[in-house]
Design a protein around this ligand. Structure first.
Ligand SMILES: C[S@@+](CC[C@H](N)C(=O)[O-])C[C@H]1O[C@@H](n2cnc3c(N)ncnc32)[C@H](O)[C@@H]1O
Length: 287
C-alpha cells in the first residue's frame, strides 16, 4: 500500500512539482502497491526523462540497445527503465544470495538464460575477472546485439528447446529473469532438466515468475485455476514471446518444479528488476 503523502513526496522529489489533483493521487494509490513501484513509474515517465536528460545521455551507461530491441524484450522503449530495472535485477541476485549466506566467491561460472538485449547481464562486468559470464537466448537479433556490444561476456544463440551447447556440470549459477513467464509447461520442464545437466554439484538456479502479484491479469476462471495451485499459460501458441504469459502459483513451483532441485528461498515479488514478479532460488540436489 502507498499513502497520499508518499505520492505527494514522490512528485516533489522526482518531478519537482505538486500532483495535478486529488484524482491523480488516488489513481496512483489504487494502481501501485509499493513506494518502489511508484518511484519506478515516475522515473519511467516522459516528464522525468525530459527533466533529467543526463540520465539517458550519460556515456557511463552505454551501450544502449535500439528501441525495437528494448520493445521486444521489455514491451517498452523506455531506456531509463531498462537501465534501472536491469541494475535492480542484478541487485536482486546479490540480495537473495546474501540472505542465504551464499557468497559470490562460490561462483566462477554464471549463465543468464534468455538474456534478451543484456538488461541484467551488462551489470556483471565488474565481476568478469573472477566469474566467467555467459548469456544465451533463442532470438538471433538479441544475441547479435549482445555479442557486438557486451564484450566481457560470451553469448550463444540457442534453439527454442534444449539442449544447450555447454558441457555437463559447467555452471555454478544459472538465472532466468522473466523467461519461465513466457514458456509452456512442456518447455519449462525440458529446460529444468537441461539446467540440471549444465549445473555443477550444488549449483544454483534462480528464476522469476508471475505469481500472486499478477492475479489481476487473469480472468475469473483462470484465477480459480491459479488459486487451486495450477499453472496458467495464456496464448501458448506464441510461446517465447511476451504475449504468451505464464502464471505460477507458489504451490505449483514448490511441488512440481523441484524435481532434482531443493528450494532454498522464495521471495514474493522479490525480482526487483521485474516489478511484481516472484523470485525463486533452488540448489541442485545431488542424489
Ligand atoms: C521478457 S524477456 C526477458 C529478457 C531478459 N531476461 C531480461 O530480464 O531483460 C524474455 C526473454 O526470454 C527469451 N526466451 C524465450 N524463450 C526462450 C528460449 N526457449 N530459450 C532462450 N531464450 C528464450 C526471449 O527471447 C526474451 O529475450
Amino acid at each position: 500500500m502507498i499513502t497520499r503523502e508518499q505520492v505527494i513526496w514522490a512528485y516533489r522529489l522526482l518531478l519537482d512539482r505538486e500532483p495535478e489533483n486529488e484524482m491523480v493521487i488516488s489513481d496512483y494509490i489504487k494502481k501501485y502497491q509499493s513506494p518502489d513501484q511508484l518511484r519506478d513509474v515516475i522515473i519511467s515517465s516522459e516528464e522525468y526523462q525530459s527533466k533529467n536528460p543526463a540520465f539517458t545521455q550519460s556515456n557511463l551507461l552505454k551501450p544502449f540497445p535500439p528501441k525495437d530491441l528494448l520493445n521486444l524484450v521489455a514491451g517498452s522503449t523506455n531506456l531509463p527503465w531498462f537501465l534501472q530495472s536491469g541494475a535492480k535485477g542484478r541487485q536482486s541476485i546479490d540480495l537473495i544470495l546474501k540472505k542465504n549466506n551464499i557468497s559470490l566467491n562460490e561462483i566462477s561460472t554464471a549463465l543468464d538464460f534468455g538474456c534478451g538485449c543484456g538488461r541484467v547481464i551488462r551489470y556483471w562486468e565488474k565481476y568478469s575477472d573472477t566469474i566467467d559470464i555467459y548469456g544465451c537466448d533463442y532470438n538471433p537479433r538479441l544475441i547479435k546485439w549482445c555479442r557486438k556490444h557486451i564484450k566481457f561476456a560470451k553469448f550463444y544463440l540457442n534453439r527454442f528447446s534444449p539442449p544447450l551447447k555447454y558441457k555437463n556440470e559447467y555452471f555454478d549459477l544459472v538465472y532466468a529473469f522473466s523467461v519461465f513467464t513466457h514458456l509452456t509447461e512442456k518447455n519449462q520442464f525440458l529446460w529444468l532438466d537441461e539446467f540440471d545437466r549444465i549445473l555443477c554439484q550444488d549449483g544454483l538456479l534462480l528464476f522469476s515468475t508471475h505469481g500472486e502479484g499478477f492475479l489481476d491479469h487473469l480472468g475469473s476462471s483462470d484465477k480459480i485455476i491459479f488459486n487451486k495451485g495450477h499453472l496458467v499459460v495464456l496464448d501458448e501458441v506464441h510461446e517465447g514471446k511476451n504475449t504468451c504469459a505464464a502464471f505460477h502459483p507458489y504451490d505449483y513451483v514448490s511441488k512440481k518444479m523441484n524435481h532434482r532441485f531443493d528450494m532454498v528461498d522464495f521471495i514474493p515479488r522479490g525480482a526487483l528488476g521485474n516489478p511484481g514478479q516472484d523470485l525463486y532460488l533452488f540448489r541442485k540436489n545431488n542424489p
